[in-house]
Design a protein around this ligand. Sequence first.
Ligand code: HEC
Ligand code: HEC
Ligand code: HEC
Ligand code: HEC
Ligand code: HEC
Ligand code: HEC
Length: 348
Amino acid sequence: MKKLLFVLSLVAITAAPALAFHDEGVAHCNGCHTMHNSQDGALVDPDSPGGNAWLLNDSTPSDTCLGCHYGGGGGYHVFSDDLMAPTQERGAGDFVFILEDNINDGHAGGANPIAGSRAGHNINAPGYGIGPDNLISQAPGGTFPSGLLGCSSCHDPHGNENFRFLNGVGPVMDGLATFTAAAPVADGLALFGGGVEENDNHTAYISGMSAWCGNCHGDFHNNNTLLIHPSGSTLGGTIATTYSLYNGTVDQTGGGTYLAEVPFQDLAMTTSSTANPTAGSQVMCMTCHRSHATSGPDAGRWDFSVTFLHEDGVESGSWPIPDPYANLNQRSLCNKCHNKDAGDHNPF
Ligand code: HEC
Ligand code: HEC
Ligand code: HEC
Ligand code: HEC
Ligand code: HEC
Ligand code: HEC
């Protein structure tokens, strides 16, 4: 018996991922904090000899996180060091696009630049060349101040049991704001060895995503009688059928599957599910957006300003989001649910 226990614990130890840090909870404090800004007689953070707020070992919460989460090569990096080789236009997307000079790939986009700060959430990370949004002072639809926005606005720096340890109901950032909606129920790919996003390998959005974004954005996109693209609402039979049949602009009714670029929320969703939606599946914020930033405006899962998906990246010279149908005549992915591209002439 003793021998068996010994073998089992050995297996448990060797199976632990080599690069774990948070270990699904609060990590060792000195990964992010320094008590005296001194170690071996030298400053821990040479840029801030007077120390940082919250005794952090870098100047802002986001700088602290990026000490590990910045770099190339995928895995747990969320801010890549190469605009043309983002670590991931999957899951949450990549903050590197905030650094772009122009993300406008629409008609005459070269002459009408859209600044990279429009690519998504501007986290306050001066050490990595980005600061708070210079145009929008608070979350559209809500009141969360842009100046505070950082990794720990959305993720609990001390870990919790939620999906990607997102903040749930209660105070966030040491009480600087308060969330009223619970963390979403979802399941993500493993950060090491989890593979790239595919139609059969993707975040599974199960419930509560739109309400969670609403912690800062209010009832955005649903907040009056006119601006009502539904979010967190059911698809209904007609749209569920369109989604299921749609297989690209040139194949409207050939039969498609779950498309990772246009996800829907469903209580039965799993990370490997390719099943089409039912009438009860939901459209939600992540149907059209990613949560960090993308190479398209407004953190779009695809570029909302181009007519043909292959135009993405042409004007701006930034990394193009791949067209899931790999066809020159492929139009906006809004068509997955609305097929307004039915009967379109193929100019190519
Ligand atoms: C992954 C980085 C990280 C680790 C690891 C970490 N902290 Fe923090 N801690 C932060 C950040 C960032 C803040 C600033 C508040 C915020 O942004 O939510 C903070 C704030 C605090 C605060 C003051 C505000 C509050 O929320 O109570 C205390 C106390 C604290 N941490 C203690 C600890 C202790 C003790 C440990 C180890 C058991 C630890 N931290 C580990 C990142 C971390
Ligand atoms: C010392 C390096 C280090 C620092 C600092 C750090 N992380 Fe991480 N983080 C990792 C590693 C390694 C992983 C992947 C393995 C793991 O989950 O422990 C990870 C994973 C994560 C995940 C995914 C967890 C999951 O299992 O789904 C999130 C979210 C995350 N980190 C957020 C943060 C935030 C927010 C901060 C700053 C408050 C931060 N990290 C600071 C190294 C770090
Ligand atoms: C902690 C608060 C907070 C949460 C949670 C939050 N946002 Fe935001 N969001 C902001 C703030 C503040 C801004 C304005 C500053 C900026 O654009 O960087 C913003 C801006 C945006 C923008 C406009 C970006 C641009 O460049 O014009 C989009 C799109 C967006 N959020 C979508 C989402 C989605 C989708 C979710 C849920 C996954 C979400 N947000 C969750 C605070 C939040
Ligand atoms: C506006 C809220 C928001 C901010 C700000 C934010 N995250 Fe996230 N993050 C999310 C959400 C939501 C997910 C889940 C995305 C999904 O699977 O669709 C996520 C996913 C992740 C993941 C898993 C990998 C992936 O790409 O899905 C890591 C690691 C992570 N975040 C770290 C960070 C770090 C580090 C920062 C700051 C540099 C940060 N996040 C800032 C909301 C945010
Ligand atoms: C059907 C697709 C779709 C859904 C669902 C959706 N959005 Fe959007 N969102 C867009 C598009 C397209 C834009 C670009 C601006 C526009 O068309 O009004 C945008 C713009 C935004 C902006 C930027 C506004 C600004 O002033 O710059 C924010 C913030 C935002 N969305 C948040 C959300 C949140 C939060 C949710 C979920 C509650 C959500 N969106 C759901 C498609 C969508
Ligand atoms: C996952 C499916 C899905 C996607 C993707 C989607 N929509 Fe919708 N859309 C819906 C649903 C569901 C409704 C409500 C249908 C109804 O009431 O008949 C709707 C309604 C609409 C309406 C009618 C609103 C009204 O007031 O009558 C417009 C316009 C629209 N969508 C445009 C868009 C655009 C533009 C995009 C891409 C940015 C988009 N949709 C992407 C599911 C989707």
